[in-house]
Design a protein around this ligand. Structure first.
Ligand code: BYC
Length: 326
């Protein structure tokens, strides 16, 4: 199967004949569907790719708290506030599981966080867009968590054991996040004319950035071929995007809202929607630091980190006292 994949994609994948016997044995384990565990031998490239992807994923969870956290004090009812608080808190937990999974690969959480704070590490492009009205909170849960779930359900089958197990728990919580988002959108879409207009506006603005979450088109994806050969990724960027569009357009119709992509059409022969690509120039600008909120997000994360210094110092002082007392 792997040999076939090498022939069909070619791009950036080490060929069987170029591999050492150890690398070949590793690839055979991957092809047989075995999970790789922290103490197992692994190629350096596999380790590095996992550290990059898992840490970017962790950073996305943590930075992803900001656009929603922004609305906690303005939630319109006590119930909505409690739901939003629980969701934002869950995202911190997801960041924690993912940093812990990355640490099993021999890196420290402090170094990974430093990379984020110094602007050396990426996080999901979606969080560089603002949440402008209350319906955005519904649209984030429904579209952003919805897109994340499509990707993360596939990642439950990723070849690295700790990452795969983290995904199982995260997916359960993300399902609650997506449902509360859709529930909020249902209320807004069935509300007053002004509320429905807010729901449509949120959908119009977040639709294209949600499509970008799956990464660049397959033809421009740098890492896909090797990551799929190693089963770090088990679904291509375009496959994920198609799956998301196919599940979301019927949900938009159920809400009685308009699909932002006027050219989107169901192809009855394939059973899939044909749709317009997002603006890929905008995507590359955003992931290279030039999106609407990149500077704000980095400022907020750095401030939160600096404000928490006294607490980390306290924990360290307590831990050293305990060690000294043993
Ligand atoms: N945003 O070769 P490619 C959530 C980068 S958060 C930014 O296709 P790959 C939630 C990519 O890193 C969910 N950067 O990459 C939290 C690479 O750059 P580098 C987050 C992106 O890795 C709070 C370059 O573009 N989910 O659920 O094979 C509230 C070339 O791309 C993006 C994950 O992180 C992007 N959208 O595939 C609510 C899932 N796309 O590293 C919700 C785990 C691409 O060479 N990650 N880039 O400098 C993945 O599955 C994969 O990393 C991706 C990209 C599919 C995203």
């Amino acid at each position: 199967m792997y040999a076939q994949m090498v022939q069909s994609t070619g791009k950036g994948v080490k060929r069987l004949e170029e591999m050492s016997p150890q690398e070949r044995a590793f690839q055979a384990r991957i092809d047989a569907g075995e999970k790789i565990e922290p103490k197992d031998w692994m190629p350096e490239g596999y380790r590095k790719t996992l550290i990059r992807q898992i840490s970017q994923h962790a950073h996305s969870e943590v930075v992803g708290q900001l656009p929603e956290g922004n609305w906690i004090t303005r939630a319109p009812t006590l119930e909505r506030k409690a739901i939003l608080l629980a969701k934002v808190q869950d995202e911190a937990g997801h960041g924690l599981y993912l940093y812990a999974a990355a640490e099993t690969l021999g890196v420290s959480r402090a170094d990974l966080i430093d990379d984020l704070l110094m602007g050396r590490a990426k996080y999901s492009s979606i969080f560089n867009y603002p949440t402008l009205n209350w319906a955005d909170i519904g649209a984030v849960g429904w579209l952003v968590d919805g897109a994340a779930i499509v990707n993360q359900v596939a990642l439950q089958r990723t070849s690295y054991g700790p990452y795969s197990r983290a995904m199982i728990r995260i997916c359960k919580e993300e399902s609650f996040h997506a449902r509360q988002g859709y529930d909020l959108m249902m209320k807004m879409a069935a509300g007053t004319k002004a509320q429905k207009a807010m729901a449509q506006d949120a959908l119009n603005r977040l639709w294209w950035p949600a499509l970008m979450m799956f990464g660049p088109p397959d033809k421009d994806s740098v890492h896909s071929a090797q990551s799929m050969a190693w089963k770090i990724k088990v679904m291509s960027n375009d496959e994920g995007r198609q799956r998301f569009v196919d599940q979301t357009i019927p949900q938009i119709e159920y809400l009685g809202l308009e699909v932002p992509d006027k050219a989107a059409r169901l192809n009855p022969e394939t059973g899939h929607y044909e749709f317009t690509d997002p603006d890929w120039d905008e995507f590359f600008a955003v992931i290279n630091g030039d999106g609407p909120c990149n500077a704000d997000r980095m400022r907020a994360r750095n401030k939160a980190h600096d404000d928490g210094a006294w607490f980390r110092d306290g924990l360290m002082a307590h831990a050293s006292k305990q060690i000294a007392a043993e």
